[in-house]
Design a protein around this ligand. Sequence first.
Ligand code: HEC
Length: 145
Amino acid sequence: MRAHRSVWIALAAVIAMVMMAAAQQPQKEIKHVTIRPTSPASGQEMYKTYCAVCHGTDGKGNGPAADALKVPPTDLTALASKNAGKYPALKVSAILSGEQVLAAHGSKDMPIWGHLFRSISSGHDSEVQQRVTNLNKYIESLQKK
Ligand code: HEC
């Protein structure tokens, strides 16, 4: 059950971050999503479980925790349109694997997913890669025309 314990540690980290964000603005109420391990094969399941709380189910940046963050979550449906119509797959995978650090990392608003994925994948790099690839494909499918 080692893998399961890691999942809870990873998810506790996410919840702690959301609660810290909430503490800065106590008037905001943070809804807690039900947390569970996900299949690395489903980008949609991973997105809904790990990302929608901030970026919104539709990817537009309006998840339940968004109001409590200092830096608003990026509208993920506009990544292609903000990049001359081309979805920036390499940039997104660099962000998700933790190679590219976002400004908001300093304020812990955007979690470093590479670390979390490694912990729920029992350290298997190929599974981490699969998670990044499938999430990336799912976000690409959300792009507005
Ligand atoms: C706790 C809230 C939170 C969660 C959960 C979260 N994000 Fe973010 N995300 C942010 C914030 C805030 C930013 C803006 C960071 C900045 O501009 O410095 C961001 C930025 C991003 C960006 C950068 C877009 C760009 O090019 O500027 C990507 C890609 C992204 N998130 C993907 C994801 C994915 C995929 C997940 C789930 C695995 C996720 N995020 C979960 C808060 C979150």
